[in-house]
Design a protein. Structure first.
Length: 206
């Protein structure tokens, strides 16, 4: 998993509340277990019309937001079903950070497992950041996980809080499997000692 340390990027304003996972990635695109290729279907119902053409009024169909790596939204982002395809689609599109007043719990956890940083900020701050984002490509926002601050184009720094364990995992690009693999030597030592002491016990091959 790619570490998240500091990101300076174009931010796309999405002034919508209760954006559910079916809106993020509609159910008809859940036939794959691959994490790649879902970005083109991100927000499909909002991005495309019934003939598959782009809706020019939708923010991700506009420049410079086609290349946005930060998304700013309103309350309860990621509600609805628990599909992990939602963060997969965001990440495949290029979104590494979502800023909103609140997130649905399961979606919030899935973001961390996939290298996306969800940042909680009051509605008033999100609205300020959306106004910044509407200035276009020159209004890049920095999200510094190490210092736990958002830096506005004006230079103003806005602090945010995050669980220390999840911060550590993102900074080092670790999911649960990666964290376990850091302890491979200790696991191998334990297994060897166990086999020596209890050779009659079954083993599980890798």
């Amino acid at each position: 998993m790619q570490p998240f340390t500091e990101l300076t990027a174009v931010a796309a304003p999405l002034p919508l509340a209760n954006v559910d996972t079916d809106k993020i990635i509609p159910a008809r695109f859940l036939k794959t277990i691959k994490r790649s290729g879902l970005g083109k279907s991100l927000f499909a119902g909002l991005r495309y019309d019934d003939q598959g053409g782009e809706r020019p009024e939708f923010v991700l169909n506009q420049e410079p937001f086609r290349g946005a790596e930060i998304l700013i939204a309103h309350e309860n982002f990621g509600c609805g079903s628990s599909r992990e395809h939602a963060p997969w689609a965001l990440l495949d599109f290029g979104i590494r950070c979502v800023i909103a007043p609140s997130f649905a719990d399961i979606f919030h956890g899935n973001c961390f497992k996939n290298g996306i940083l969800p940042v909680v900020q009051p509605r008033s701050v999100c609205d300020q950041l959306m106004e910044d984002a509407r200035l276009g490509a020159n209004a890049r926002i920095t999200v510094d996980l190490g210092r736990q601050v958002i830096v506005r184009p004006s230079g103003e720094e806005i602090p945010f809080s995050i669980d220390p364990f999840r911060r550590h995992m993102l900074l080092h690009g670790l999911d649960e499997i990666g964290q376990t693999m850091q302890r491979t030597a200790a696991i191998d030592t334990y297994e060897a000692a166990r086999m020596s002491a209890k050779p009659w016990m079954p083993t599980i091959s890798a």
